[in-house]
Write a protein that binds this ligand. Structure first.
Ligand SMILES: Cc1ncc(COP(=O)(O)O)c(C=O)c1O
Length: 361
């Protein structure tokens, strides 16, 4: 017996973990700086870490009340009803919920290329077919309604990412609105704002007040530093209130994650510190990295370095882990996550050394 035909599927490849790299290189993990997965360099909010410890005594209880509490808190934050918040195990989980609710076998989804690898994976699980729209390097990966609409042909779901991973480019609210206007009534436009907190652009949530074909994704993985707990959500129009219960895995977000999420939402200082340092780090990289970099609205910067695999390997040997963008179809680019000020300075120093060595031959 075999699994069903998965030949069109591509496995997700995460950035390399610190333990993994340390083991390979025979180094102490504490001597490595990991800037390959767009994680929060400050860790979780201390209040969230405390909430996790306190949650340990209640692990035998299904997460019913606490799930509702977190949903209510998120709804209040965004000025929406609880039914408009689809809590899920990460934004990844929210993508699955939307795919389950909207895509039928044979439907078509439209994803950005380069882009976040989980969109096509999630769409294909429902036996949907996947096409892509191109963000062109020659045009600095600029996003506009035209880049999307040129490839659009009645797709059932269109995925937009702003800020975009891995390039950092953004789509203005009015551009998102134009895409929603120009696509069919039966097309869902998913606006993935996993990196929304780091951007200065207005959030797409405001589109939910007067339209039905838009859903917005958000996550606790980045600005809130809870990537390890897997908690995110979709914000959806009021009209879909009932669909969540029909497509959700029971108790999909665990109680520890819910408690941490609640604590993190209350810790404004942690988010502010994260966002401020991220913006500083982006500027620092643009200014000091001796490679072409692109403007970024996220907590990372894309840099053009020539042979990305060689640069990533050399940087790793000098203690800095960054992301080779070959799997995004950009074999001459690396993506460097924003670290603390100290980590960012170190990463830029190491990368500049590596680039000078590569140039010297
Ligand atoms: C654009 C984008 N969307 C969604 C996600 C998934 O986030 P989560 O950790 O909430 O599943 C990521 C993760 O890196 C991402 O880059």
């Amino acid at each position: 017996m075999e699994p069903r035909d998965l030949s069109s599927h591509v496995a997700y490849r995460a950035g390399r973990g610190i333990e993994e790299v340390a083991r390979d290189l025979g180094m102490d993990p504490d001597d490595l700086v990991k800037l390959s997965s767009n994680e929060n360099p400050f860790g979780p909010s201390p209040a969230a870490a405390e909430a996790v410890q306190e949650a340990a005594t209640d692990l035998h209880i299904y997460p019913k009340a606490v799930h509702a509490d977190l949903t209510d808190a998120i709804a209040e934050q965004w000025g929406l009803t609880a039914e408009q918040v689809w809590l899920a195990p990460g934004a990844d989980g929210a993508l699955d919920l939307l795919a389950r609710a909207f895509l039928e076998p044979g439907d078509r989804a439209l994803v950005p290329e380069p882009g976040f690898a989980y969109y096509p994976m999630s769409a294909r699980y429902t036996n949907a077919e996947v096409d892509s729209y191109r963000l062109s390097k020659a045009e600095d990966f600029a996003q506009s309604p035209e880049t999307v609409m040129e490839a659009y042909d009645g797709h059932r779901v269109v995925y937009l990412t702003t800020p975009h991973n891995p390039t950092g480019s953004e789509l203005s609210l009015s551009a998102v609105e134009t895409v929603a206007d120009r696509t069919d009534e039966e097309t869902l436009v998913v606006v993935d704002e996993a990196y929304g907190e780091f951007s200065e652009a207005p959030a797409a949530r405001r589109l939910l007040d007067d339209r039905e074909g838009v859903a917005v994704l958000r996550t606790f993985s980045k600005a809130y530093g809870l990537a390890g707990l897997r908690v995110g959500y979709a914000l959806v129009p009021e009209a879909w209130a009932d669909a969540y219960g029909l497509v959700n895995t029971p108790f999909a977000v665990n109680s520890v994650a819910c408690r941490a999420g609640l604590a993190a939402l209350d810790d404004d200082d942690h988010v502010e510190q994260t966002v401020e340092t991220t913006r500083w780090a982006r500027d620092y990289m643009h200014e000091h990295l001796e490679a072409h970099t692109w403007e970024s609205g996220g907590n990372f910067v894309l840099a053009e370095v020539g042979d990305a695999a060689a640069v990533v390997e050399a940087a790793q040997r000098q203690g800095v882990i960054i992301r080779d963008c070959t799997s995004f179809g950009l074999p001459d680019c690396v993506r460097v996550s924003c670290g603390t000020r100290e980590e960012t300075r170190e990463a830029v120093g190491v990368l500049n050394n590596v680039l000078a060595e590569v140039l010297a031959g």
